[in-house]
Design a protein around this ligand. Structure first.
Ligand SMILES: [Zn+2]
Length: 54
């Protein structure tokens, strides 16, 4: 279990989750990057909301 840095909800990690993976907080929908797995450390992923279309 990790903790969402955005809303502090518990985020479930798969047993084979590796550092660098991205996952989505089911509580707030934030995209999170796995910084570390032991201990679990999560950070908000770089925003994907920016406009890539230009
Ligand atoms: Zn969250």
């Amino acid at each position: 279990m990790g903790e969402c840095p955005v809303c502090a909800a518990e985020v479930e990690l798969a047993d084979d989750t590796m550092a660098g993976e991205l996952l989505v907080c089911e509580d707030c929908g934030a995209e999170l990057e796995v910084i570390n797995t032991d201990p679990v450390e999560l950070a908000e992923a770089p925003s994907a909301e920016e406009d890539w279309g230009q």
